[in-house]
Design a protein around this ligand. Structure first.
Ligand SMILES: [Zn+2]
Length: 83
């Protein structure tokens, strides 16, 4: 019976959408090798999460298998128009 609540217009939403159209989100995972202690970033892959053991990837420094874990994942917004 209650009427639909009337929300005031939200001017910010347009700005957020513009930003999403214009910017591209780039996700990066920071990998750490238990073998040689190397730490380096690589492009985020689907299914990555922090503390995941990467059994099917070899360390790019010492080439050991199954020694990499994801230490950190971060994302940044890239403006494709800027070079
Ligand atoms: Zn290594």
């Amino acid at each position: 019976m209650a009427e639909e609540p009337q929300f005031p217009p939200l001017p910010d939403i347009g700005d957020i959408l513009d930003r999403k159209d214009r910017f591209e989100q780039k996700k990066t995972a920071v990998l750490k090798c238990r073998e040689c202690k190397a730490k380096y970033p690589r492009e985020f892959k689907e299914g990555d999460y922090v503390f995941k053991n990467l059994k099917d990837e070899a360390c790019k420094e010492c080439n050991s298998d199954a020694t990499l874990t994801i230490e950190e994942i971060y994302s940044e917004w890239i403006d494709p128009k800027k070079k």
